[in-house]
Ligand binder design. Structure first.
Ligand code: SIN
Ligand code: FE2
Length: 226
């Protein structure tokens, strides 16, 4: 399905500074934390870098092996990008849509991911993959585990921008009860160690307009894929 690119009207790099948002570290598991507002000071560098990445590797809705079109649109940057189609899901070096290598991970992405991981107790995190998800109102992510990475010793660092989301943070079985964690623009969730394989997902995004990103939520998940 074609994607409406982010128009300057909804992607305003020069919008007013974010309202004051408290920065704090909330545990949601033994080795899992929400870092409230952690990404906010990085935004002026992050958003232009995101635009550059998406110009090279446009967002697209992928199809699962079961034949369902995912409601979130995806792209990647870094050495490895995550893709799915009817034949399965995998990390690839090239974007199957363009045939080009995935765009390099911008320095600011890498620095932010490292800083957030360190804040959550995972010093020395070296992400080689960043999956970018774009949710429009109604889009969601069903409960799943991130288990396609060769390196499960490394955490997942997940950055939320734009419209709010209700993040589900579950257990080690799909049927385990999930915590509901509201995520706002600038929040980062880090999970790793004993929590690395916990199920997680996102409830359908509610309609709304974010002052800086418009009618969408953008999420980055940093991983060490290989
Ligand atoms: C994911 O699990 O890949 C995305 C999580 C999110 O959008 O918060
Ligand atoms: Fe995930």
């Amino acid at each position: 399905m074609p994607y409406k690119p982010m128009s300057p009207a909804t992607f305003d790099l020069f919008a007013d500074a974010e309202p004051e948002q408290e920065r704090r570290r909330e545990p949601i598991g033994e080795q899992s934390f929400v870092l409230r507002g952690f990404a906010l000071p990085w935004l002026d560098r992050l958003l232009p870098a995101l635009e550059t990445v998406l110009a090279d590797a446009p967002l697209r809705q992928m199809v699962t092996p079961g034949g369902f079109t995912m409601s979130a649109a995806m792209s990647s940057c870094g050495t490895w990008g995550w893709t799915t189609d009817r034949s399965g899901y995998r990390y690839t070096r090239h974007d199957p849509q363009t045939g080009r290598p995935w765009p390099a991970m911008p320095e600011v992405f890498f620095e932010l991911a490292q800083a957030a991981a360190r804040e959550a107790g995972f010093a020395g995190f070296v992400p080689d993959a960043c999956l970018i998800n774009r949710y429009v109102p109604g889009a969601k992510m069903s409960l799943h585990q991130d288990k396609d990475e060769a390196c499960l010793a490394a955490p997942i660092v997940s950055v939320s921008l734009g419209l709010p989301a209700m993040f589900l943070f579950g257990g080690f079985e799909r049927s385990d009860k999930s915590q509901r964690v509201p995520l706002l623009h600038g929040d980062i969730v880090v999970w790793g160690g004993v929590d690395r394989l916990r199920y997680h997902g996102v409830l359908p995004i509610k309609g709304g307009q974010h002052p800086r990103l418009g009618e969408q939520r953008i999420n980055f998940t940093f991983r060490t894929a290989k």
